[in-house]
Design a protein around this ligand. Structure first.
Ligand SMILES: *[C@@H]1O[C@H](CO)[C@@H](O)[C@H](O)[C@H]1NC(C)=O
Ligand SMILES: *[C@@H]1O[C@H](CO)[C@@H](O)[C@H](O)[C@H]1NC(C)=O
Length: 521
């Protein structure tokens, strides 16, 4: 799904474009002939053609704008229906037929959107040609019909869906209570907080509302202007499908920045959440001239099965491997024009200006990160299987581990050290999970950036706010970035109360959809 990305004509496909144009021209002429012969007016076909040509020459844009509008409508609806399908799958709805309808509709909308963008590219490439829009009517009509069907389907399903959601929520509550009890046994001070983990539903609700609003009022969501990348800018990467968490990361970083206009956030999300994420940042752009660019993971051509073993394994059925989680190993491919980039995780809050990270001396290393070892703890031996020769022969078990959350990457050094290749090699070696357990990306990072990581001062990054109830207030106060690592995320009901306000104070409470979606903030 291309979502609402700025419209871009295809470049490499001149031949295809001209073939399409020929076809268009042929269709245009034949429809012109048929309309003029059936018309009772006395104006000749030539007159009509002249009139049309001058109209198109003076105003080439309306046609393109119309393409873009229909294409966006189709792709937005594809996303909504895909979101329902994903949710239906997660809820294990019995209505397999309904699921199939969702999926079919979503994919046909996507394909219409694709066809529309190639038709649009043709019109765009040669706006002064005699490209009449009538021959595109069938495609437009098909798109409109599908969109109408999508609306109907969503409206009809909503009620049964809500019931399903309630049942599921009940089940979640039971599960959550069990989970809580288990944790409470370990952490005594938690026993008082037994609550249902309802917030993931709220996040989903928010995404759906944003998409629905964008569809209902497209005029309020203009396509974002492309970024101009002058060299003075400070670039962040953030991989997330959690709209609220991403907005907190951006808002906190902007509020702490000395020169916000230099800060640019590249948010990369799952294609399914692209419209929602874009809608949020269009409605609530960052303050003080900072900028956000939202992109879909599906846009990156290098994320294909022949290049990336992660994609290969996901396509082979390992759906538990999160693609978004692994995007951090493709920073160079994603941002080849940049020299440095700061990677923030979605569960952090920025409390201090991060600009110095772009000038901190990395000694030629690739990755600047805060180390986590103390005494014999959190050494490499904890994360990697040193019985395996591939690990034992390359690394020291005593090496100090570091953390993700806030990292600065030097992309020139990354290119020189061929870190992406290194990651691919280790990822392939770990096919059977014998080097590290695949649930986490940290061990893969520890292997990939072994010997190329420069320790940063500890005050850059204080972690554990998602599991450790006894971090000293002073340490938190002095931290540039606080990190809710652990299971008790600040957007969940199970969040640790003493830290939650550090996150909620950056939530944009003026966004009217938040209370509608039961965010108990
Ligand atoms: C896969 O990605 C690689 C690396 O960017 C690229 O060279 C190749 O053309 C891509 N293949 C496909 C099928 O897109
Ligand atoms: C660690 O590596 C050894 C040697 O390859 C292997 O036999 C063992 O199963 C691995 N351990 C785990 C937990 O995968």
């Amino acid at each position: 799904m291309a979502g609402g990305r700025p419209f871009r004509p295809a470049h490499g496909a001149r031949v295809l474009v001209s073939a399409a144009l020929t076809l268009l021209l042929f269709l245009a002429i034949s429809s012109l002939l048929s309309s003029s012969s059936s018309s009772s007016s006395s104006s000749s076909a030539a007159e009509v053609a002249v009139h049309r040509r001058s109209f198109l020459a003076a105003e080439p844009d309306p046609l393109r704008a119309r393409f873009e509008l229909i294409r966006r409508q189709a792709s937005d609806h594809a996303a909504v229906v895909a979101a329902y399908a994903a949710h239906a799958r997660r809820l294990k709805l019995d209505a397999a037929r309904q699921l199939a309808v969702f999926e079919h509709l979503s994919s046909s909308l996507s394909s219409i959107s694709l066809r529309l963008s190639s038709a649009g590219a043709g019109a765009d490439a040669e706006a002064d040609a005699d490209a009449d829009d009538d021959p595109l009517r069938p495609l437009e009509k098909e798109a409109k019909d599908r969109v109408k069907l999508a609306r109907q389907l969503v409206a009809e399903s909503k009620e049964s869906f809500d019931t399903q959601l309630k049942i599921q929520k009940l089940r979640d509550t039971v599960f959550a209570v069990h989970e809580q009890l288990r944790r409470a046994r370990r952490l005594r001070d938690l026993s008082a907080r037994i609550a249902a983990g309802s917030t993931p539903k709220s996040l989903h609700c928010l995404a759906m509302r944003l998409m629905a609003d964008r569809i209902a009022r497209p005029e309020s969501y203009p396509a974002p202007a492309p970024l101009d990348l002058d060299s003075d800018l400070l670039h962040y990467a953030l991989f997330s499908d959690n709209v609220v968490a991403a907005s907190v990361v951006v808002a906190s970083a902007v509020r702490s920045a000395a020169e916000p206009r230099r800060h640019v956030f590249h948010v990369v999300t799952d294609p399914m959440y692209l419209p929602a994420m874009q809608a949020w940042f269009t409605r609530r752009p960052p303050a003080r001239r900072a900028r956000v660019e939202v992109r879909s993971a599906a846009e990156f051509a290098f994320l294909n099965a022949s290049h990336s073993p992660v994609v290969r394994r996901i396509e082979a059925g390992r759906s538990d491997l999160g693609l978004l989680e692994h995007l951090r190993f493709y920073l160079l491919e994603m941002f080849p024009e940049l020299r440095r980039i700061v990677l923030l995780e979605e569960d952090v809050v920025v409390q201090r200006d991060l600009a110095p990270l772009w000038t901190v001396d990395l000694d030629g290393k690739v990755n600047g990160a805060v180390e986590t070892c103390f005494g014999g703890f959190r050494r490499y031996s904890r994360y990697l299987n040193f019985s395996h020769p591939a690990v034992r022969e390359r690394l020291s078990p005593r090496a100090c581990a570091w953390a993700y959350g806030v990292n600065v990457f030097d992309l020139d050094a990354w290119r020189r050290e061929r870190c992406t290749d290194r990651f691919h090699r280790y990822f392939d070696l770990n096919e059977d999970g014998s080097l590290w357990s695949e649930g986490s990306v940290l061990p893969a990072g520890l292997m990939t950036f072994y010997g190329t990581t420069k320790p940063l001062d500890k005050s850059w990054h204080v972690m554990g706010l998602g599991y450790n109830p006894s971090i000293s207030p002073e340490e938190i106060r002095n931290a540039a970035v606080i990190h809710f690592s652990g299971n008790m995320k600040p957007w969940l009901d199970v969040a640790l109360n003493q830290y939650k306000h550090l996150w909620t104070k950056y939530v944009d409470t003026e966004m009217e959809f938040l209370p509608l979606c039961n965010f108990g903030l």
